[in-house]
Design a protein around this ligand. Structure first.
Ligand code: SF4
Ligand code: SF4
Ligand code: SF4
Ligand code: FES
Length: 782
């Protein structure tokens, strides 16, 4: 749209015609107060705080509903305007309980801030205030009616943003109140967006209310520990007896790929970190067959001695290593380096939730064809093949809904289930579960690939007319099906594609070579090239995959297994007896079904307690920052470095600090739990300078950037807290075929998160709550 020029408070401004005055002013650094206005939600014009004086218009106007026009002259802060805002505040405070000292929003309340700015120190009201008891609408949402200023942000974010419509306005005028959809209960997805968006303390969160004050918390921006979308989250931490505990998670500064969105898991499911069953001491199985606590040194010595013995007597092939889709890139990278370079084995794998290797192979050499999560916000057209983002990728579902609502994006859904996003779709293809590969053939023009009908034909026609298409596909596609799908995408002029896998760093685990046949960056183990120069001699025969490792263990061919942050026994239904002759080392937070079988268990930190990077399922790389802390546990990174040193690796070569040009940002020099002191003692014992600390993940990030071209992205941007898309076109693989059964979708829904979810009391409570609405139920009711 053409630009128009106008004047605000004497300043000449330009903005595209049609821009709302409030937005144009904010862009120019002129703050206009607002309660009901919220970017990307419909206009309400309910609060009248944004009033301004526009020349030639007799009455004050609301800036949130007025588009800018050529020659417009605006005043935003005259005495008249201040008086008007003050009068509005007086009205809002008429029945407000003024319980700011105990209100959760105290210190972060927009009504408080506005009252401070515009006065309203006296009230004309002498009537007794109407009191209403607080109501609990769901396991996480509380409502305090007298605090509500009826801005309707909550109603709009729930309806328009979440497409849940669990909130409404009851009654009219002075009797208007916000009400839930089922009597006094919310039937909803429990995302907490309504709480976060509420400008006052009317809606409060069960996990945070009356616990602390905002200024008592440390705030750290990091990445959500749960699904593959990798939302940026700001954790609020406060000191506890045994470290720093998380009390809140939000993204109110809208700083990440998810804007201000977080789902139920990101917002509330951090409590697993404080579960009473959390391990805080290393355990070793004694002669009596029982696991008993020992010192870190003892446990490391015992595990390393046994692993070295197996390596030296039976060779690396008798050892297996299983990594994690929840640990950082640096940890996965280091673990495969330990496996290949120190334990001399390629028996390396992880729980694969998507076939990223096939995807990388198919994308090789095609720059700019992988979609980032951001792309889904404004793409003109989206094709969703399989998956149910509302349950499995809530941030993606949010982006798609926002795009359809705000930009009229055309959404095409092909699914074997009636997923909720059908509501936003322009066209839907109902296909059998087995028909996903055939659908791609059909879309590519092979008429006989599918039994066609009119609706499928028009679905195909509409897609083929799209000039710019984003394709997102789920785990329904694996191996050669992915190759065919990417080929179809590449045949369209401007198509981009995204592969949907589960968990916070599933993509990173695959990218970092947590695979039996591929090194980091998908370099085949048969031709290790510069990795061999860096690591020394490497085994060049592909190793056993995860399923084969357990088969080998059962057959007595796997003498030792080292598992980091993974629970394959539960996940893959492994018979525990298969491991009875295998020396098992496990690093985890809990005594999982796998850890309970181990000979040595190391208590590990989780993603909120460490530093590094993580790659979401779209290939968006972000910085992970240490926020919480638990005394007794250690980051997987540190445990792997210490294990490597005990196995005879030279720490300087294992973590070559300063070898690249950009190492050591000191991210992990946390002083909590004596971490810095502990590192200091170890460094002195190994004659290393503190500035050459091998416990700094950024030294390894430096190596990753040197050796994995796809990860050589601008580092400054990352350090500033932004995301950077990895360059998938630079991977070095020609083709890959894996057993389809190795890709095992997590099948999590909104209120589950694998093993981690089981240890979140809040998530379990919500999952069992009758008010929790899953999209399956909702679409059934459609
Ligand atoms: S918590 Fe429930 S009511 Fe609130 S926005 Fe989310 S879905 Fe809607
Ligand atoms: S509950 Fe909060 S967000 Fe909802 S209308 Fe009241 S003040 Fe606004
Ligand atoms: S959508 Fe995924 S990454 Fe985002 S908050 Fe939810 S669980 Fe976390
Ligand atoms: S912000 Fe404009 S009327 Fe509320």
């Amino acid at each position: 749209m053409a630009d128009v020029t106008f004047t605000v408070d004497g300043k000449k401004l330009t903005a595209p015609a049609g821009t709302l005055l409030i937005d144009a002013c904010r862009t120019a650094g002129i703050e206009i107060p607002a309660f009901c206005y919220y970017p990307n939600l419909s206009l309400q014009a309910a609060c009248r705080m944004c009033v301004v004086r526009i020349e030639k218009i007799p009455k004050l106007q609301t800036a949130c509903t007025t588009p800018v026009a050529e020659g417009m002259v605006v005043q935003t802060e005259t005495e008249e305007i201040k008086q008007s805002r003050k009068a509005m505040l007086e009205l809002l405070l008429g029945n407000h309980p003024l319980d700011c000292p105990v209100c959760d929003a105290g210190g972060e309340c927009e009504l408080q801030d506005m009252t401070f700015k515009y006065g309203a120190g006296e009230s004309k009201y002498v009537e007794t205030k109407q009191h209403r008891e607080e109501q609990q609408w769901s396991p996480v949402v509380f409502y305090d009616r007298p605090r509500c200023i009826l801005c309707y942000r909550c109603v709009r974010v729930c309806g328009e943003g979440m497409d849940v419509w669990a909130l409404a306005v009851e009654n009219r005028g002075a009797s208007a109140v916000i009400a839930p959809n089922q009597g006094d209960q919310l039937d909803c997805e429990e995302c907490g967006m309504c709480i976060d968006i509420c400008p006052v303390g009317a809606l409060t969160s069960e996990t945070y209310r009356y616990k602390t004050r905002p200024w008592e918390m440390n705030h750290v921006g990091t990445v959500c520990a749960h699904c593959g979308d990798g939302c940026k989250t700001t954790l609020g931490m406060r000191r506890a007896d045994d470290g720093m505990e998380i009390v809140r998670a939000d993204n109110r500064d809208k700083s990440g790929i998810n804007n201000d969105f977080l789902c139920l898991k990101g917002r509330y499911a951090f409590d697993f970190a404080n579960h009473t069953e959390r391990l805080t001491k290393p355990l070793v199985r004694g002669a009596d067959g029982k696991l008993a606590p020992v010192s870190w040194e003892e446990a490391l010595d015992f595990a390393a001695k046994k692993l070295a013995e197996v390596r030296d007597t039976r060779g690396g092939k008798a050892i297996g290593v299983i990594g994690s889709n929840r640990t950082t890139n640096e940890e996965n990278y280091l673990l495969q380096k330990l496996a290949r370079g120190v334990l001399k084995t390629n028996n390396i794998d992880h729980h694969r939730t998507a076939d990223y290797a096939a995807f990388a192979a198919a994308l090789k050499g095609h720059a700019g064809r992988e979609a980032s999560l951001r792309d889904f916000f404004d793409a003109p057209a989206i094709l969703l093949l399989g998956n149910n983002p509302t349950e499995q990728h809530p941030a993606l579902a949010w982006q798609i809904r926002s795009n359809v609502r705000l930009h009229r994006s055309r959404l095409y859904v092909a699914n074997h289930e009636h997923i909720k996003l059908r509501r936003q779709a322009k066209a839907v293809a109902d296909i059998p579960q087995t028909a996903y590969p055939a659908l791609v053939q059909y879309l590519a023009g092979h008429d006989s690939a599918l039994e066609s009908n009119e609706s499928l034909a028009s679905f195909r026609e509409a897609i083929r007319k799209e000039e710019s298409l984003l394709i997102a596909f789920g785990s329904e596609y694996r191996g050669r099906d992915i190759q065919a799908l990417v080929e179809f995408a590449l045949s369209l002029p401007n198509a981009k594609i995204a592969c949907l896998g589960d968990y916070a760093n599933s993509r990173g685990a695959a990218d970092m070579g947590m695979l039996p046949d591929l090194l980091p960056g998908y370099v085949p183990v048969t031709a290790p090239g510069h990795f061999a120069e860096e690591y020394g001699a490497l085994p060049t025969e592909p190793g056993l995959d995860l399923v084969e490792m357990f088969d080998a263990a059962g057959a007595g061919d796997l003498a030792a297994l080292y598992i980091v942050g993974s629970n394959p026994v539960a996940r893959y239904g492994v018979d525990p007896s298969a491991l009875k002759n295998t020396f098992l080392v496990v690093q985890d937070m809990f005594l999982t079904e796998t850890a309970v079988l181990a000979d040595v268990v190391f208590p590990a930190a989780n993603l909120y307690e460490k530093a590094g990077t993580a790659t979401n399922t779209y290939g968006d790389l972000q910085l992970v920052k240490k926020g919480a802390d638990k005394s007794g546990v250690r980051a997987d990174f540190e445990i792997i470095v210490r294990m490597a040193a005990k196995l005879g690796a030279n720490p300087r070569a294992f973590v070559p600090v300063g070898k690249g040009v950009r190492a050591d940002f000191g991210q992990t020099r946390g002083a909590q739990s004596g971490e810095a002191d502990r590192h200091q003692v170890w460094l002195a014992a190994h004659s290393l300078e503190p500035k050459l600390s091998p416990f700094d993940p950024f030294a390894i990030f430096d190596e990753i950037q040197r050796l994995v071209p796809a990860y050589d992205v601008p580092r400054l941007d990352l350090l500033l807290g932004n995301d950077e898309h990895v360059k998938s076109e630079l991977v070095q693989i020609d083709g890959t075929v894996v057993r389809r059964d190795l890709v095992l979708p997590a099948n999590d829904h909104l209120a589950t998160s694998g093993t981690l979810g089981r240890y979140s009391a809040k998530l379990t409570e919500v999952a069992n709550s009758p008010t929790m609405l899953t999209s399956a139920e909702e679409t059934a009711a459609d």
